[in-house]
Design a protein around this ligand. Structure first.
Ligand code: HEM
Length: 489
């Protein structure tokens, strides 16, 4: 947590109110003056949502001191917004260096170093698919996820992502069936239910929670309280529905949440207790919230940069579907469209860091810089750089090029951006289905194009826009992609 002089914090609550007042005023004005300004309305809302968690996070008991700050003035409010935004970066740690693919220079070595990070264990850093496979596909008893790195996700309760050993097996057995063929056609309900007393929508609260997962969790208390309350209410009401359906002999829903709630039994050794239901619900929200959406954004970016690839996808979609809606069976017949999604995912593997602690010595074989057998020693850690893995020129020739056809014929389980081995992403099929379905329906009706700056080429646009990547919430992706979308005639 960055240390700031208390005077800075003192100036905040009042300043935030002023800033919000000002933004509110602009909002009101723009709504009154014209109904044809949706952009300014939206941008104001976005700013408000961004500012509100910070404002609410500030201690209330210093509010009185703030009363002595002079009343609203435009300058104060503008300064407050600027300072607030920069403090937000410090508080949430969202700012990071520009990610540039050209930084990958050391792929001649499959393991880079075993230097411990600060106080941590000695850690092997790797960007090699070969090493990744051997570690992730090793016997479950020989590795586990590091506790301190998954601790933040445990706050809501034990869950599939963060658990290890027997607990992980129990969770995977229960959650797994929720991702089978029957659940794929089902969409996620976009819950925008407002929580009246807190003033946050469920979605807004989730964003707040996601952005503050790392040790600063309790800073933005309101969002967390809102989420906890919403979760509790949801579980109780769905449990009642499930019990009623069981008594009346009606079939239960096949969705993930119903499956989790159905297994909720505080006394059961093989089911989930309430905290575990909540923990897993959050785990699914965390894992499913930003990931697919970010990769879809990048896919559109690449399709805009390379119109010939977009045209190829359009022809594939048109010749398969014509004017009808896609069915689940169609999705395997859209290889180019799927390849575009995979290729964007290769550049931006949303789950960017995969780590394992070594519980028993593991012997692995490396080919570079020369063929060798290495013992990954018990007590050490393996840190897998997923961007590096998917930039490996030995596995992905000409890694800078956007080549959807490189995925032709690659079976789904070998798509390494979703992880490998027994702990590979449980949402992989769900994510691919959702993405290809969305791309098919969207590209049939709309064309995406780049928004170039004066004199800029498409390649320069790619450099400017697509390199501006980093962690957004918990997912790795491109920050902003300016696109022009037009309806096809
Ligand atoms: C583009 C989308 C996605 C990417 C790139 C992605 C990536 C990954 C990766 C790399 C792992 C393995 C982590 C490890 O081995 O330590 C993983 C695990 C997991 N993912 Fe995803 N994921 C995506 C979408 C989803 C979705 C939509 C869901 C759920 C709705 C989901 C739920 C999970 C869960 C629960 C795990 C833990 C599985 C276990 O440990 O048994 N993911 N994901």
């Amino acid at each position: 947590m960055p240390i700031l002089p208390t005077s800075v914090f003192r100036a905040f609550p009042r300043a935030f109110h002023l800033a919000s007042d000002l933004v509110g005023l602009c909002l009101e004005k723009s709504l009154k003056s014209s109904t044809s300004q949706p952009t300014s309305y939206n941008s104001v809302i976005v700013k408000l949502v961004a500012l509100r968690p910070i404002r609410d996070a500030l201690p209330q008991d210093i509010g009185d001191i703030m009363a002595i700050v002079p009343p609203a003035q435009v300058v104060t409010a503008v300064v407050a917004i600027l300072v607030a935004l920069s403090v937000r970066k410090l508080v949430t740690g969202l700012e990071s260096v520009h990610w540039l693919p050209g930084n990958y220079m050391n792929q001649k070595h499959e393991i880079i170093s075993i230097v411990p990070f600060m106080l941590g264990r000695p850690a092997y850093h790797t960007g090699s698919l070969n090493v990744t496979k051997q570690v992730l596909e090793a016997d479950q008893l020989t590795t586990e996820k590091p506790h301190e790195l998954t601790a933040a996700l445990m706050l809501w309760g034990e869950n599939l992502i963060s658990s290890n050993g027997e607990t992980w097996k129990r969770h995977r057995r229960i959650v797994g069936p929720a991702f089978n063929h029957n659940t794929l056609p089902m969409g996620w309900n976009d819950s925008e239910t407002k929580s009246e007393d807190e003033g946050y929508s469920y979605g807004e609260a989730l964003s707040g929670v996601v952005e503050t997962t790392i040790p600063r969790l309790h800073v933005i208390e309101t969002t967390w309280k809102t989420m906890a309350k919403a979760m509790d209410e949801l579980i109780i009401s769905r449990k009642e529905e499930v019990s009623t359906a069981a008594i009346e002999g009606k079939p239960l829903g096949a969705d993930i949440f119903t499956r989790l709630v159905s297994e909720y039994d505080d006394d059961a050794k093989h089911g989930l207790d309430k905290q575990e239901v909540i923990g897993n619900t959050f785990a699914m929200l965390f894992a499913g919230h930003e990931t697919t959406a970010r990769v879809l954004g990048a896919t559109f970016g690449f399709l805009a940069i390379y119109p010939e690839e977009q045209e190829k996808a359009l022809q594939e979609i048109r010749s398969l579907l014509g004017d009808r809606e896609p069915t689940l069976d169609d999705l395997s017949n859209l290889p180019h469209t799927q390849g575009c999604f995979y290729e964007a995912l290769r550049f931006y593997p949303a789950g960017v860091l995969v780590t394992r602690d070594i519980l028993e010595d593991i012997t692995i074989h490396v080919e570079r810089p020369e063929p060798k057998t290495i013992c990954l020693e018990k007590g050490s850690r393996v840190i897998i750089d997923m961007v590096g893995v998917h930039y490996d020129p030995y596995v992905f020739p000409n890694p800078d090029a956007f080549v959807p056809s490189r995925w032709d014929g690659v079976p789904e389980h070998a798509v390494s951006m979703f992880g490998l081995g027994p702990r590979a992403c449980i949402g992989r099929r769900f994510s691919i289905t959702e993405a290809v379905c969305f791309l098919a329906m969207f590209l049939r009706d709309f064309k995406v194009d780049v928004v170039l700056e004066p004199g800029e080429t498409r390649e320069q646009y790619r450099e400017r826009v697509m390199s501006n990547a980093g962690m957004i919430g918990l997912a790795f992706g491109v920050r902003t992609i300016p696109l022009k979308i037009s309806r096809r005639v």
